[in-house]
Each structure stands twice: as C-alpha cells, then as structure tokens.
Design a protein around this ligand. Sequence first.
Ligand code: SF4
Ligand code: SF4
Length: 248
Amino acid sequence: MPISTEQLVKKTLELGASVAGVTSVESMADSRSENFVNQHGFYAGDMESASKVLVVEQVWRSRAKSLLVFAVAHPRERPELDWWGKEIAGGTKGNAALIDINKSLVTWLDKFDIQAFDVGYHPLKGGLYVKDAAVLAGLGTVGRNNLFLIPGLRAHHRLRCLAVAKELEPSQPSLYEPCQNCAAPCLRACPQKAFSDQNTIEEKAFPKGGYKSDLCGLQMQEDKKTAAEKKYPQTRYCRRCEFACTAE
Ligand code: SF4
Ligand code: SF4
C-alpha cells in the first residue's frame, strides 16, 4: 500500500517528534553543504572528528529516494536531554529518543514493504549535513548562530534523518527568516568568541556568522574538564549561542 508524506509525517509526530518534513535524496546534490564541499573540501574540524574512523560510504545516496527529517524539542527546562555520556545510547537522552523514533518508523514502514534506515550526522561517516536536509524538508532555516532554527522551537531541539527507499512528495519550503532585522545577541554570547560579524569564507559558503568550529571545540574541552571537576555524571556542553537566540 502506498504511503504519503502526510501519513509519514503524522506517524513521526505520533512517535514523539515535534516537527517533521520530507525532501528528496536528489535535492541534496545541490545543497549548500554539497556545494561547499565540492569547492573547498571538508572542514578541518570535520576531518578531525572523522579521522578517528574509516570513511564510510553514504549508502543513502544509492539506496534511498527520500529523506525524512524530524526534530525532538530540547527545551531549556529539560537540560538533561542534551547532557552527553558514553553510557547513554546515542550519547544523550535526546539523541536516544530520536534514534528510537527512527527504529519505530523502520518497523512501521516495513509493514508497507518500504525499506528505511537511520542516517547519522557526518558525511564522512556515511551520514549527511542534516541541517541542509532540514532546510530542504521545510522545517526552518539556519540561523546566524549556525544552529538550525524552527518556528516555535528556535534552536531548542535536535534533528535526525531517516532514509526511505520510496519517492515521496517533498514538503513545502519554510518562509521562516528570524535573523532578518535581528540585533544578533547570539553572536555576542560565545565565551570563546567563535563568531565574528564577517564570514571568513566566501559569501555563499556556510556556516554563517563567521563561525569558527575550532573555538567552539575549545569550549567543549573546557566543558569536559568542568564535568570531571564537578563530578557530573554527564558532560553539559555549552549552549549559550542557542539560549541567547531571540527568535520566535
Ligand atoms: S556552543 Fe558555546 S562555545 Fe560553541 S559557539 Fe555556541 S556559545 Fe560558542
Ligand atoms: S539571535 Fe537573532 S540573529 Fe541570532 S540566530 Fe537568533 S534570530 Fe538569528
């Protein structure tokens, strides 16, 4: 029996997602990240994290036709969803919830004879730039703080993607543009000054706001030290640029 985008999105929301949308695998070929990687190669920061593993083929490109992208809310009043610990499947409780939704969707779609599989975050590890997929699936936009902004959720959410071996109608694009006319308090919130008002790379490249991931990486090291010193069971990574955002 055929499944529509509307049915798949409805099921994803029933399973606990806050918002969901669909784009085609084909559409990713002309995304900002694809264009950037084609012109500049992978970011040094990306390579650093990817260097610990073998490069994995992006099988979603050949085995899937559509990409479901969804988000689970990570509200400020539930910080534990984002605390990272190696004993937690997926690293955080929030990511575990996202992965569980994908597992349930795989089982549900199988009843309709549709194959589907979870897609991770890093292109070199077989995944994709999920923010680009989320833009194409009409969920929202990438903010000047380099985070993905969704109407009503701001950046208080985490994204995940499911590859689906069936052509589905793409979701409508989002018209959400909260960064226009914003004084951008997000760019001044960073303890490591990871943002500048000017991009250090060409205009159409990403990320926005001249974001320097290596400086953010320094803060992550600080956060790990703090967790060890304070004997936190999990690491509470910095979210200042997320919480400073004034989008509605
Ligand atoms: S998460 Fe923290 S350290 Fe990283 S860019 Fe945002 S404010 Fe800066
Ligand atoms: S604070 Fe303003 S400029 Fe920064 S991400 Fe939010 S809406 Fe965009």
